[in-house]
Design a protein around this ligand. Structure first.
Ligand code: GCU
Length: 613
């Protein structure tokens, strides 16, 4: 019997023991990052669904919650109960129910679900052969808005927030054959939610992003941060976090192109921090040269690969410095929508960002919530800097602690997922929130939480301004805590005339970069007429011409992100023959046709680019 065999047996025995002894809490905690680099099985595809506006599958007729008072009830939809004989009363049947495509919103898949806001149950059956001493997780890219997840009749947990990933361990529940995964999705809007009940975008419901089974060894690499050390561009620093740690766990980080092979040791809590002095010159990530390095993280049980870019981002007075060079953010805003439906996947990301590149952008503002990971990975590859945002939008319930914890959790999940992406340069904590003490403390707490998770990126928020004696004042007190002072303004659309716009006066007391995070106006693509008449393309074109002349004169201006790349669905926009349920501020129509204003912005960016090179 050779030595390796004995060692192998010992490892297997220890692994089995460690899994059995581990309390569930450790087994099930923590978001897995870099799913693209892991061993996954997709559950994307057709899922059976049951529309359940009265939540019959969740509550008894006396409103008792089945999974708390009578978990095994045949009436609870998550049990996917099959009647034993023809006499038994069961009033639902997933297998005989229609199907929805996952990932995907239900609104645009079924005409009778277009405006539906409520509960829909989705079910997927699958077999899974879990090899011994391995562990398996169920991972959701996002579910809008609230998900309650059950596997084989057992409740795995709940997630609230429609735009960030979450996962549950299912190692002790999954079977080789006949698993049934049931998700209760509820997209009802409500005051205490994040976002609150009033927004200017479509409330797409459903499992709107990928669903994966992720298989891991007993001890696995759950999370890590590998970035340039703040204020030191020749040191790569960060940490590796193991799940189900084992003391004396050795980990090797290798970056072959930089001739880096560094061994570190995790402490008993599974965390190993490191700093690596890089001797070879690093090709820093930039829009012009979006260099990504292959990174390998090797533990005793697995090797995880990722693609990571290295760059510095900082501000100095009114300048934004990327790799030490002053830049101008030539941006555009995007919703997560492609041709009138929730966007997801590499194809949608490539289509949207190809238009962005044609516009001449080096930067995108992903409004008003975290977009899917395909978008961020595509921006990393295509060389587009990114502003990411949590949906603390308009009149959030700032006095509500639960609301705050929800916003904080969404921010945590966003930063956990994307902290290794070089393209992400700004975390944004709000959009157009009304001024109040409660709002200030809510956002200040989020700012502090953001800094506790990541000190390497810039902080901002889309603020509002006010005008006094004809001067636009950029003075929101939150600016004190922001790296970039951003604000939305709609001169020529929600007030203010266009003719005198170029002479408008703006002032700020902040010695910080200023970014106009939104401006624009509606145009129905193909509608033409005099530039004085609202809704036609000539009006929108003139609006951009005049606003750009005005913006160039704003003190400390270092970026813009016009609202918005494409027309997008909004229940607020009901003007017949013009809006028809769409916000028409896109530079591109919802059918993918460029409007005249697209070319105004494009030529402005050509000019700006020459001034900054
Ligand atoms: C606001 C808001 C956007 C909205 C836009 C508009 O600034 O941030 O979400 O769509 O204005 O009114 O079109």
């Amino acid at each position: 019997m050779d030595f390796p065999f004995i060692v192998n047996c010992m490892i297997r025995i220890r692994l089995c023991l460690s899994i059995l002894l581990l309390p569930i809490a450790i087994l099930s905690q923590g978001l897995l990052i870099n799913t693209a680099g892991r061993y996954t099985t997709t559950l994307n595809g057709n899922w059976n669904y049951i529309v359940d506006p009265y939540e019959t599958g969740y509550y008894s007729f006396h409103s008792e919650v089945y999974d708390q008072t009578n978990p095994g009830s045949p009436s609870a939809f998550y049990n996917d109960y099959q009647p034993k004989d023809k006499a038994e009363l069961v009033e639902y049947d997933f297998n005989k129910s229609p199907t929805l495509k996952v990932p995907g919103d239900w609104n645009t898949q079924k005409e009778n679900l277009f405006y539906y806001e409520g509960t829909i149950w989705l079910k997927k059956s699958f077999d899974y052969n879990l090899t011994n001493n391995k562990r398996v997780f169920i991972y959701f890219g996002a579910v809008n808005y609230k998900a309650e997840v059950y596997l084989n009749g057992k409740k795995l947990g709940t997630h609230e927030g429609g735009f960030t990933p979450f996962n549950f361990e299912i190692s002790s529940i999954v079977k080789a054959k006949g698993n049934y995964l049931v998700v209760k999705v509820d997209n009802k809007r409500f005051k205490e939610a994040v976002p609150t009940s009033n927004t200017d975008w479509w409330n797409y419901g459903g499992i709107t992003r990928d669903v994966l089974l992720i298989e891991e060894p007993a001890v696995f690499i759950q999370d890590y941060s590998i970035q340039l050390k703040k204020d030191n561009q020749s040191v790569i620093a960060g940490y590796i976090q193991l799940n189900n740690p084992d003391k004396n766990e050795k980990i090797i980080i290798s970056i072959p192109e930089l001739k880096i092979e560094k061994e570190i040791e995790a402490s008993t809590d599974g965390k190993a921090s490191f700093e690596i002095e890089v001797k070879n010159s690093i090709s820093y990530w930039s829009p012009e040269f979006p260099k990504l390095y292959s990174i390998y993280i090797k533990s005793g049980y697995q090797t995880l690969k990722d693609e990571i870019g290295f760059r510095t981002i900082e501000t100095k007075g009114p300048d934004i410095l990327l790799n030490g060079k002053s830049i101008f953010l030539r941006g555009i805003c995007l919703h997560e929508e492609f041709k009138g439906r929730r966007a997801n996947g590499d194809k949608d990301a490539l289509a949207l960002l190809t238009w962005v590149k044609e516009l001449g952008c080096n930067y995108i503002r992903l409004a008003h919530y975290p977009h899917n990971e395909h978008m961020i990975r595509m921006a990393d590859k295509m060389g587009l800097m990114v502003w990411e945002e949590i949906p603390v939008y308009w009149s959030i319930d700032f006095n509500n602690k639960t609301t705050y914890n929800n916003a904080k959790n969404q921010l945590t999940e966003l930063i956990t997922r994307d902290k290794n992406r070089a393209c992400v340069i700004i975390w944004s904590l709000a959009n157009e929130t009304p001024l109040s003490e409660a709002r200030n403390s809510f956002l200040l707490n989020l700012i502090n939480h953001s800094k506790s998770l990541d000190t390497t990126r810039l902080l901002s928020a889309a603020l509002l301004t006010r005008s006094e004696n004809g001067v636009g004042l950029i003075e929101d007190q939150l600016g004190k805590f922001m790296d970039i002072i951003s604000f939305n303004q709609y001169r020529g659309w929600y007030g203010g005339d266009l003719k005198t716009a170029p002479d408008a006066k703006w002032a700020t007391s902040y010695d910080k970069p200023v970014v106009v995070s939104e401006f624009g106006g509606d145009a129905k693509q193909g509608l033409h007429g005099p530039k004085e008449e609202r809704w036609n393309e000539e009006y929108q074109e003139y609006l951009f011409e005049q606003n750009l002349k005005m913006i160039e004169r704003i003190p400390n201006i270092r970026g813009i992100s016009p609202w918005i790349l494409t027309d997008f669905r909004s229940p607020r926009r009901v003007l017949p023959g013009i809006q028809d349920g769409f916000n028409r501020k896109g530079l591109v129509s919802d059918k993918g046709v460029k409007k005249k204003a697209f070319f105004i912005v494009q030529s402005f960016y050509k000019k700006i680019k020459s001034q900054y090179n």
